[in-house]
Design a protein around this ligand. Structure first.
Ligand code: BTN
Length: 325
């Protein structure tokens, strides 16, 4: 009922009459009135004028499933939304839901995480209401070797969504991080469940620092938030919706060619590492070079000693020579 009420209120900039709401939702006047009362108690600013009806003036910074469903514009991303006020990790929950058979496109969202997972066994700071903690469940039919490119799909989706929604100049630190002014605002953790030639499911976890004011000592020098960078409050639901829209757009293009050829150039424009010196931390043999951009397989092209090497995200990580980027 909440998401249907919100969708109906958002279908116009003007008033929606009580009668119209009753008809649209197939409920009584009393049910509409009670629904409005509940929305107001949650912080939705709704104007009620006799003979005109109801008008939604402002939404609070709520990201529950009903709110997200009511603003969803995508075809499949977020077709099912599972929200936890508090959970261990949206990646852990997404895996559990995948095992239970939830479909391709399922979105898992949390208000806060008690055991947020980062890459390489690290944690992810997940304080209540300060961030976006989301995981998309995918059931692709392509072979496992292609799956690492999905992290790049998520990265361009987040960077573009942040630019659209905040006006901040978000860039991609290949392959997993989004940075603003050289500091990290988002990390991506993609996990796979596969057999030799089949993907059972992929989960892509995205953590965005939205209104954090400070960070733990170890990450403070390299971390920032959208609020710290913009000085403005960011509406999380709108940003999540934009990320889903962008994810769907780039994922669909990726599926047409099974590589990144359709948007490789665009990705390279977002790449903070481009034409910068990088240290490639290859477990076999670390080396330094100049990052030139990605190829259509999502590998980073690094010029070193007169040759161009393609490095794959599964095997190595990349650092700036003079700092984090
Ligand atoms: C990294 O940069 O190390 C990756 C961080 C990924 C964090 C996100 S938050 C949502 C999802 N759930 C998790 O437990 N981790 C990812």
């Amino acid at each position: 009922m909440k998401s249907e009420l919100l969708t109906a209120l958002r279908s116009t900039k003007g008033f929606v009459s009580g009668q119209e709401l009753c008809e649209k939702l197939g409920v009584s006047r009393t049910a509409v009135w009670k629904g409005m009362k509940k929305l107001k108690s949650e912080g939705y600013n709704i104007e009620a004028v006799s003979n005109k009806g109801y008008r939604l003036l402002k939404s609070p910074d709520i990201i529950d499933a009903e709110e997200l469903k009511s603003i969803r514009k995508t075809a499949w991303a977020g077709n099912e939304i599972v929200y936890f006020d508090v959970t261990d990790s949206t990646n852990i929950q997404a895996k559990r839901l995948a095992e239970e058979g939830m479909p391709h496109g399922t979105l898992v969202i949390a208000g806060c995480q008690k055991s947020g997972k980062g890459r390489r066994g690290r944690g992810w700071e997940s304080p209540k209401h300060d961030g976006i903690f989301m995981t998309l469940l995918l059931r692709p039919s392509f072979p496992p070797a292609k799956a690492s490119m999905l992290t790049l799909v998520a990265a361009i989706a987040v960077a573009k969504a942040v630019r659209i929604k905040t006006g901040l100049f978000a860039e991609i630190k290949w392959p997993n991080d989004i940075v603003i002014n050289g500091k990290k605002i988002c990390g991506i953790l993609t996990e796979l469940n596969t057999e030799i030639d089949t993907i059972h499911y992929v989960i892509t976890g995205i953590g965005i620092n939205v209104s954090n004011q400070k960070f733990e000592k170890e990450i403070a020098p390299v971390a920032t938030s959208l609020m710290l960078e913009s000085g403005k409050e960011i509406h999380r639901a709108g940003l999540i919706e934009e990320v889903l829209e962008q994810y769907e757009f780039y994922y669909n293009k990726f599926c047409q060619t099974m590589d990144l050829s359709e948007w490789k150039e665009e990705y390279n424009e977002y790449l903070v590492n481009r034409n910068r010196p990088v240290k490639v931390i290859d477990p076999k043999e670390p080396f330094t070079g100049i990052a030139k951009g990605i190829n259509e397989r999502g590998e980073l092209l690094v010029e070193t000693e007169g040759q161009i090497l393609a490095v794959s995200s599964g095997e190595v990580s990349v650092r700036g020579i003079y700092g984090y980027v």
